[in-house]
Design a protein around this ligand. Structure first.
Ligand code: VGL
Ligand code: ZN
Length: 204
């Protein structure tokens, strides 16, 4: 079974959102078309409690972009984003939700961030996605979404590590690019670790 994973296509990561990714909305028509090509479609939502430790606003004197230590891990501080049940955390209104079989919420623990769809950043707790995929007999995963240099990258690296044949559909992804070149760096890192970087035209 070959599954399609759509990472964090949420209002806050698209233009006008709290942590807007440049052209984040451009991937949505591609993601919608791709859904039709897979038997199993999964979507993730970044889903933070309001007191989440990744929010600069929860660390007096700190600003987004600064790095702190959060429970022993380096943590980039972000603007308040994807707060549970908020409009910013909702899927983008143009994303087709009718084909989604399963939704994964991540970043729900205030003490630790979770870029990957599989594990928190300390690799301590699972989101349950690995078990779900195993139960469904999934052996191959194609990934799209936001953002290339964070949640897409870490999801793809975990997927390949867990033994899934892993593809990232790169024209259906956009990056934060905090520093210039972060997306290219992420692509190189994924390739080195065995992730296939493909174009949607290869699937559609
Ligand atoms: C993400 C930063 C913070 C992502 C989530 O979805 O890539 N990036 N939270
Ligand atoms: Zn987040």
């Amino acid at each position: 079974m070959h599954a399609f994973l759509m990472v964090d296509i949420q209002n806050d990561f698209t233009p006008g959102g709290a942590l807007a990714v440049n052209e984040g909305d451009k991937i949505i028509p591609i993601a919608n078309a791709l859904q039709e090509k897979f038997e199993l479609v999964i979507a993730t939502q970044d889903w933070h409690p309001a007191d989440h430790g990744s929010f600069a606003a929860n660390h007096p004197g700190k600003n987004p972009g600064e790095v702190i230590e959060l429970n022993g891990l380096d943590q980039i501080l972000w603007p308040v984003h994807c707060v549970q049940e908020s409009n910013g955390a909702a899927f983008h209104p143009e994303l087709n939700l009718d084909n989604i079989h399963h939704i994964v919420h991540k970043g729900t623990n205030a003490q630790i961030d979770s870029y990957s769809s599989f594990f928190d950043n300390g690799h301590k707790k699972s989101t349950g996605l690995e078990n779900y995929l195993q139960e469904k007999g999934v052996t191959e995963l194609s990934i799209c979404g936001l953002a290339t240099d964070y949640c897409v990258k870490f999801s793809a690296l975990d997927a390949v590590n867990l033994g899934f044949k892993t593809n990232v559909i790169i024209d259906a992804c956009r990056g934060v690019e905090l520093a210039n070149g972060d997306v290219d760096k992420a692509i190189r890192e994924m390739k080195v670790k065995g992730v296939q970087i493909i174009e949607s035209s290869a699937v559609l």
